[in-house]
Design a protein. Structure first.
Length: 271
């Protein structure tokens, strides 16, 4: 989930259930609808996977309140920080190829990083225990005006939050660095690397079509995002636009149909 998502009751969302045992379908439907009512969620997609088989694929509620558009299995949802899971797989593919060492400093691959960041490891970037300064504010905007390059230059001058490994702080800066490392060692933009080595191999055409545009792109059949974060009144989420430098943290959009395929492929490690 995205930085803003973690702090709000974001309503249009994507849910996956992987069950060891499969509950009665009617009971599950009742549970989902009860949760939607209690949590004021207008639209949900659900996939139930048992032993590598999708045994239930269902959509509930509304994807677009303004236009009364129902959620269907084709509806595309912004994945926000679920994007990080795909980036993690991409990095591990490069680890297997001997191109990334998780115990190494990111400076091994990106020589221009500040000296204060050199004791941080790539593993610590992934696990949010790096202590690096945050490039984004809590309202999902960059720490300064002027665009991503200005923000990147500024964050490199800021003090670290704590010594690497001494605390936990959810951090987008680390994923900006990870995206840069993937590009450096693979020789491809991270979007192309993930598309070629995951999305195309699994067969995720709608995810590929949506791209990594977050909320900037015009994505067919994409659900709207809503929140009660700004008070008791339902409002649209329109200000959470991650710039390209942070699309490795929260850029993708997809649906349960294709994510279920990806999860099964990941479990069977067909990459």
């Amino acid at each position: 989930m995205s930085y803003l998502f973690n702090k709000t009751a974001l309503l249009s969302m994507l849910i996956f259930y992987t069950f060891v045992g499969y509950a009665n379908s009617q009971t599950l439907d009742e549970y989902i609808k009860l949760q939607m009512d209690e949590r004021k969620i207008p639209g949900i997609q659900l996939a139930v996977i048992k032993d590598g088989i999708v045994v239930k694929m269902e959509s509930y509620g509304t994807a677009n309140i303004q236009d009364s558009i129902a959620t269907t299995n084709d509806t595309i949802f912004p994945l926000n920080s679920i994007t990080k899971a795909f980036v993690g797989v991409a990095a591990m593919q490069l680890v297997e190829q001997g191109k990334i060492d998780l115990s190494a400093s990111p400076a091994k691959y990106l020589p221009g990083l500040p000296n204060a960041w050199k004791d941080t490891t790539i593993f610590q970037l992934f696990t949010h225990i790096s202590g690096l300064p945050e490039i984004m504010r809590g309202d999902a905007t960059l720490i300064t005006v002027g665009g991503q390059d200005v923000a990147w230059d500024l964050v490199k001058t800021l003090p670290t939050q704590f010594e690497p490994g001494e605390d936990f702080s959810y951090n987008q800066t680390g994923y900006a660095i990870i995206g840069k490392i993937i590009e450096k060692v693979s020789g491809q933009p991270f979007v192309e690397f993930i598309t070629e080595h995951q999305l195309q191999k699994v067969g995720m055409p709608k995810t590929i079509q949506a791209g990594f545009t977050h909320l900037e792109g015009i994505v067919p059949n994409q659900a709207r995002m809503y929140t009660y974060y700004f008070g008791n009144k339902l409002t649209s989420v329109t200000n959470e636009v991650f710039p390209p430098i942070l699309r490795a943290a929260a850029g993708m959009s997809s649906n349960t149909t294709e994510i279920a395929k990806w999860l099964n492929a990941l479990n069977n490690w067909i990459y």
